[in-house]
Design a binder for this molecule. Structure first.
Ligand SMILES: NC(=O)c1ccc[n+]([C@@H]2O[C@H](COP(=O)([O-])OP(=O)(O)OC[C@H]3O[C@@H](n4cnc5c(N)ncnc54)[C@H](O)[C@@H]3O)[C@@H](O)[C@H]2O)c1
Ligand SMILES: Nc1nc(=O)c(N)c(NC[C@H](O)[C@H](O)[C@H](O)COP(=O)(O)O)[nH]1
Length: 224
């Protein structure tokens, strides 16, 4: 048992998520941000990797007051449960994700996380421990499903998305491809990590829709 997992990202025309300095870049505009907000509002959880928290300091809250009101009307919390995959508990205790907006936060750590960092984070978030030196994403999905997370959005970055895809944990991939080229062999891409070697291991996608949006293209894929 695991949640239905949607990966949503904005990439440049050359497939990058940000610059090689991991500086956040405006790839899409307000129309796309509103589209992302709608998906987020429809999910029970939203998850990012620690690299994204350190680079962007996102809050990952639902932004539209109407969507928040609709969630509350349905008896759901204002925001999806916010989850950080953070093996060594590096989330800064003053990170926006821990302080902006109401609701539950989960920091997912590995057995080897230093105890003093765990102590610093404990007042701000629920901690889930899984995996020895790195978070065990399969086990995490199982645990999240047990807490009632049925639909989960993953917003990046490239290392976490690779981890999720290579473990066969992604159902849908939604990507906005923008009209800029970022370049740089060290700039994060949609799926970083080690990469597959054998063609037989490549996850195969099924194209479900393509549409022009803002100055780029919105692509929906299903993972077969
Ligand atoms: N354009 C977009 O839509 C978008 C969205 C999110 C992030 N970003 C960008 O992505 C960059 C961050 O990406 P990143 O790759 O450095 O970091 P990331 O956010 O993918 O976090 C990676 C970290 O997650 C942790 N982790 C623990 N267990 C793991 C596992 N089993 N598999 C994979 N990771 C695991 C590791 O500590 C790893 O270093 C930033 O520059 C950010 O701006 C862009
Ligand atoms: N859709 C989209 N277009 C972009 O051009 C871009 N750079 C991102 N990147 C993802 C971004 O990092 C997070 O969506 C915000 O950082 C959320 O942060 P807030 O909740 O607003 O604090 N996303």
């Amino acid at each position: 048992m695991r949640p239905y997992v949607i990966v949503n990202v904005a990439v440049s025309a050359d497939g990058k998520l940000s610059t090689r300095e991991r500086r956040q870049v405006k790839i899409s505009g307000n129309v796309d941000f509103d589209r992302v907000d709608e998906i987020k509002a429809g999910c029970d959880g939203i998850m990012v990797g620690i690299g994204t928290v350190l680079a962007d300091d996102p809050s990952l809250t639902v932004k539209s007051p109407e969507r928040i009101a609709e969630r509350v009307k349905q008896g759901r919390p204002e925001h999806p449960v916010r989850i950080v995959v953070d093996s060594q508990a590096r989330t800064p205790p003053d990170a926006k994700i821990l302080h902006k907006g109401s609701g539950k936060r989960i920091i997912v750590i590995a057995e080897s996380a230093p105890s003093e960092r765990i102590t610093a984070l404990a007042p701000h978030a629920e901690l889930i421990k899984t995996g020895m030196s790195q978070v065990d994403l399969k086990d995490l999905m199982h645990k999240l499903a047990e807490t009632g997370i049925k639909k989960l959005m993953v917003e990046g970055g490239g290392t976490l998305i690779w981890g999720m895809i290579s473990a066969g944990l992604v159902d849908e991939l939604i990507m906005f491809v923008g009209n800029i080229i970022i370049g740089g062999e060290d700039a994060p891409t949609l799926a970083d990590g080690l990469g597959f070697i054998h063609e037989s291991d490549f996850p195969v996608l099924e194209l479900t829709s393509v549409s022009p949006m803002e100055k780029g293209v919105l692509i929906h894929w299903k993972v077969k």
